[in-house]
Each structure stands twice: as C-alpha cells, then as structure tokens.
Design a protein around this ligand. Structure first.
Ligand code: TYM
Length: 336
C-alpha cells in the first residue's frame, strides 16, 4: 500500500464545483485544509464529476471548476508541495467508482441522508448519479490511501460509507485500502443558514441571503449578517436548540476571532443583537477580505491555473493508477 512519507500524514479532501464557496465551506473545511497543509502530504481536489449530479450549463460548470481551483490556490495551498487537481482529469476516479458500486449494498446507499434531502430539493432530476454519488466519493478517497479526511459535519455519513466499503473489500481481497479517519473541526463543522438556522448553509441554496459567499463584498457581508434570523430574547448566549440563530453567529464569531463562547457571552452581556451582529460582521469581513483579494489576483491568471491543474492531475494520476491497478488485479480482470 502506497502511503504518506514518514512522520507526515496523508490528508485528502475535495469540494464540489457547484457554486461559489460559502463561509460554511471556509469554516468547516478550507480553513482546516490550509492549517494542515504545511505539516502533511496533502491532496485537494475540485469534485467536478460530483457537480454533474445537478443540471449545469456547460460554460457554467467549466467556469465554476476553474474558479473553485483558484479558491484552493487562494487559500495558500502550495501546488508544488501539495497535489491540487480536478477530479475529471483523472479517469481512475470513475473507474474505481464503478468497481466499488459492485461492493456496495443498495440498502446502505439508500440510507444516505444527503441523497434523501437532495432528491427532495431536485425532485425534477433525481438521477442515478445523485444516488451513487457517495460511492464516487469513496473512490476519491480510497484511491489515495489517506490517513485523514478533513470535512464538515454533513460529510460524516459519506465517510462512514467509504470506510465500510473499504473494510468489506479488504475482508475479501486482503489489505488493499487504508481505512481513512475523518477529521471534523471542533468548531465550524456545521455553519447554518442565516435565514433558516435549522438548515446547513449551502452554496446551492436559491436564497442568496441565506449564505455569505466568499465573493461577497464587505457591504454585502455586513447586510446579510445584520439581517440574519435570531430570536426575540435579545441576550447573547449559546444554546443550539433554543437559540440556533444566535448560536450560529456565535460559532462564526468564535471561529473568526479565536474567542471562546464564555468570552463572547461576557463581551455582549447587557448589549443587544445590533452590537453583536455588527461585531460578527466586522470579524467575518476581516477574515474574508484578504482571501478575496488573493482569489481575485489568481483567478485572472488562467495560464497559471491551467499549468497548476495539469501538474496536479499528473501527480494525482500516478498515485491513483497504482491503487486502481492493484484493485483490478485483485478482483480478477485480465491484465495484458
Ligand atoms: P461540498 O462541496 O458540499 O463541501 C465542501 C466541504 O465544505 C464542508 N461544508 C460545510 N462545513 C460547515 N458548514 C457548512 N455549512 C458546510 N457546507 C459545506 C463540507 O462538509 C465539505 O467538507 N461530497 C463532498 C465533496 C467530495 C469529497 C470527496 C469530500 C467529493 N469527494 C472526497 C471529501 C473526500 C461535497 O459535496 O462537499
């Protein structure tokens, strides 16, 4: 099994190119990726095959994939030291996904809550890709034998499935896949919608007021946070059940300032939501503005993006085909 170099962990994660990334993607995933990149061997990908599970105009899919790649570079991930690539550039992902389909029970795939949610959301296009999506995700992971997969809370169930498929496959054929560990941050793993704090903040939400997009201007960020749904109690304290809106804003504030909940409660004791929201907005602006500036610089340089993506795909393919070939041999394909 090809794994990380000594003392360094192999870390892998992907983001779908289904829209502009949100503050949820940033706090739940991107920030952790950037934090882990210096000390580990990292593989980060744009999941453009996954983005095809909903209808896209071809030009939009292409543009979003390039832009998402630029976001990964803007995070400070180093394309020389890390592997940063697009999923569709390495056909091994689709090939392994087919094989893993045959080692996944229909019943276990049917239990995926994201499939149930998304089929309601896109009732006019419940395609088979939406159903097998977690199995493609398992292939994304298992091709590279990562030690850790940093994701937000919503991907936990998909990761469990990847672990189950790998364990089953290893049980039949021997030690082929490394069983990956999820890495879920203590704070920010589930940033919720600003307009409906019971729901996850999502880049594909049709209501643009529900999320802070990483391309939002400082003004737009402030407006969205100031109009976020809270409650009528006018007291800032953490209670995810009773006060989901305020608790979400506290989480965001805590992630952006490093202050814990007790310190935040003390800071806003006796103050109203107006002061609190203004402080949250300032903290988010301070966190996102430098990232946006860097993104704008990079996204204009299409030749640089293409060169990085090409090198990334070549490096990824070398690792991926090593695993795929082993799998193909194990299951009994005739190799010449
Ligand atoms: P995606 O594109 O929906 O999200 C990318 C990452 O952002 C996290 N995230 C959030 N974290 C906190 N709060 C939120 N509101 C929020 N919204 C999104 C997600 O948990 C994720 O970590 N199926 C995956 C992409 C994928 C993948 C993989 C991930 C494809 N192959 C292999 C890991 C390993 C997805 O749709 O993520």
């Amino acid at each position: 099994m090809e794994t990380a170099t000594e003392n360094r962990k192999r870390v892998l994660s992907f983001v779908q190119s289904s829209g502009t990334p949100t503050l949820g993607n940033y706090l739940g995933a991107f920030r952790n990726w950037a934090g882990m990149a210096a000390e580990n061997d990292c593989i980060f990908g744009v999941a453009d095959l996954h983005a095809l599970t909903v209808r896209n105009a071809p030009a939009d899919l292409r543009r979003r994939s390039i832009e998402m790649y630029a976001w990964l570079l803007a995070l400070g991930l180093d394309p020389e030291k890390n592997i940063i690539f697009l999923q569709s550039h390495v056909p091994a992902h689709a090939q392994l996904a087919w094989i893993l389909n045959c080692y996944t029970a229909f019943g276990e795939a049917s239990r995926m809550t994201q499939f149930k949610d998304k089929s309601k959301q896109h009732a006019d296009n419940v395609n088979v890709g939406l159903f097998t999506y977690p199995i493609l995700m398992a292939a994304d992971i298992l091709l590279y034998n990562p030690d850790q997969v940093p994701v937000g809370d919503d991907q936990k169930q998909h990761l469990e499935l990847a672990r189950d498929i790998a364990t089953r496959f290893n049980g039949i054929y021997g030690d082929v896949f490394k069983i990956p560990e999820p890495y879920i941050g203590k704070k920010g793993a589930r940033v919720t919608s600003l307009t409906d704090p019971e729901k996850k903040m999502s880049k594909s939400d049709p209501n643009v007021k529900s999320f802070v997009s990483l391309t939002d201007t400082n003004d737009q960020i402030a407006k969205k946070i100031k109009s976020a749904v809270t409650d009528s109690e006018a007291a800032v304290y953490f209670d995810a059940e009773k006060k989901p809106g305020v608790s979400n804003l506290m989480t965001i504030y805590s992630c952006c300032t490093g202050r814990d909940f007790a310190a935040i409660e003390a800071e806003f004791a006796g103050k109203g939501y107006g002061d609190f929201k203004a402080a949250v907005a300032d903290a988010v602006v301070a966190e996102l503005e430098p990232l946006r500036t860097e993104y704008e610089r990079i996204v204009g340089d299409k030749a640089y993006i293409a060169a990085c993506a090409k090198t990334g795909a070549e490096k990824a393919a070398r690792l991926a085909y090593r695993t795929l070939n082993k799998v193909m041999k194990k299951v009994g394909f005739y190799q010449v």
